[in-house]
Design a binder for this molecule. Structure first.
Ligand SMILES: CC(C)(COP(=O)(O)OP(=O)(O)OC[C@H]1O[C@@H](n2cnc3c(N)ncnc32)[C@H](O)[C@@H]1OP(=O)(O)O)[C@@H](O)C(=O)NCCC(=O)NCCS
Length: 229
């Protein structure tokens, strides 16, 4: 049978859905490199289901085929406000993980989960997520839903993570920029630290298109608008 996203049933997950959520998390991670995705403990998932977050699930008959987490109870180390230049009073919510069962990928389910989580979040909240540069499906879907890469950080034992955010009332960045590959992370990190934003996938596999802050030129030695060699 061909999977059909139109026949899915969506509902918020409850604590009794923990076994289905945990099984899908393990299934989704199977075969993935340690640097691409962080394994979550069963206790962490239970904490989310018990109130640290909102978890949206898509079911096909009695099988959970996709879930996405919107977390409001964040650890201090997760707080992105300083990196994003936001006031300490700014409400924030984290898109803290999503999994689509392998047989249901390629149908846009993560994007649907992102949109549903955006609809659940307070209107004035800044939304953020992290995604490994070596996990393009994860960050491409966030970019497609209006997020921008704002920083490159090293987390979870030294693994590279893009910090992506969607901040209300913030103008989106546009214009000519540079395309940098996943093998150019130090350069990406330096540009992001100068206020550049990753706004779209690049043409080359795994690459990111970055644009400079409004009103500035390109990096020293490269005029804005000229593609990286
Ligand atoms: C990330 C995940 C949820 C995405 O599932 P999905 O919604 O079915 O997404 P898709 O497979 O359709 O991929 C989305 C995008 O990535 C691209 N993509 C898919 N596989 C890719 C690959 N191996 N390399 C590069 N790009 C890829 C698709 O072309 C699509 O991009 P586009 O629409 O901009 O062209 C799913 O891959 C998953 O569950 N992975 C394991 C868990 C995980 O990594 N979660 C995210 C971090 S918590």
């Amino acid at each position: 049978m061909m999977p059909d996203a139109n026949c899915l049933q969506w509902r918020l997950l409850l604590p009794h859905d923990l076994p289905a959520m945990h099984d899908l998390h393990l299934l989704g991670m199977a075969g993935m490199a340690a640097q691409a995705v962080k394994p979550e403990s069963r206790d962490f998932l239970l904490g989310l289901l018990q109130g640290r977050g909102t978890v949206i699930g898509a079911w096909h008959e009695d099988a959970l085929v996709a879930y996405g987490v919107l977390q409001h109870d964040l650890l201090a180390e997760d707080d992105p406000r300083m990196l994003l230049g936001l006031d300490a009073a700014q409400p924030v919510r984290k898109l803290a993980g999503a999994t689509v069962a392998p047989g249901w990928r390629g149908l846009g389910l993560q994007r649907m989960l992102i949109e549903r989580r955006l609809a659940c979040a307070p209107r004035d909240a800044a939304l953020f997520a992290t995604a490994a540069p070596c996990n393009p499906p994860s960050w491409r879907n966030l970019l497609a839903c209006g997020f921008a890469v704002r920083a490159l950080v090293y987390r979870y034992g030294g693994h590279a993570r893009y910090l992506l955010a969607r901040v209300p009332q913030e103008a989106g960045a546009a214009g000519a920029g540079l395309e940098l590959g996943g093998n150019e992370l130090p350069r990406q990190q330096a540009l992001l630290a100068q206020g550049w934003r990753g706004t779209a996938p690049g043409a080359a596999a795994g690459s990111l298109r970055l644009v400079p802050p409004t009103g500035t030129g390109g990096p020293v030695g490269v005029p804005a608008g000229r593609a990286a060699p």
